[in-house]
Design a protein around this ligand. Sequence first.
Ligand SMILES: [Cu+2]
Length: 206
Amino acid sequence: MRSFALIMAASLLVFAAFPVLAVPVSPQAVPVPTFTVTVVGETNGTRQQFDRSLILVPELPIQLIVTFHNNDTMQHSFTINDVNGTIKVNTLLVNPGLNVTLNFTVVSMTLVTYNGTQFRPEISPSGGIEFYCIPHRLAGMTGRIALAGAPTGGQPVEKGILLRAYWIGIIGIAATLLWVIISYFLIKSSSRHHTDHREHVRKGLP
Ligand SMILES: [Cu+2]
């Protein structure tokens, strides 16, 4: 019975370590998908604008490959600021007829990675990450990057953190249940008394 108790104790250690081993295997380990989009700068009537004021991405995090095309007779830019108003992602001024492609990662609606550095992007009043044209921002040449399915006007929830918490919870409950079951047999096998359930059964008066 002592060897049985030792095996059970070893099993306890393995199961106790299991949640620690499982934590690094999270949704964040999955490669970041890419999303390619073309945005055109143009003049519509007398108004300078982007051909699309909304870039809807299907999921987060996502690597955005934005090709900005200037289909106009004047210079435009595709620009993103951080929350402090500092320019972080920028095509610079693009001459008429030319393209500039930018490649950045939207980790969440409040975190962007560009050229190996992270920053907190400026949030659009309509929700999502604001982008704009430097010469025509005041004229209304702005747009936003938003998560499909997210409510407008608010910031979407970061799914990765919720999923991780979910799995930690499930693993924690499973480990606790295993601990209780194994402890039962461990204590039962270590006890000098009542090793056989039949001893508990009343066999009538003596
Ligand atoms: Cu412009």
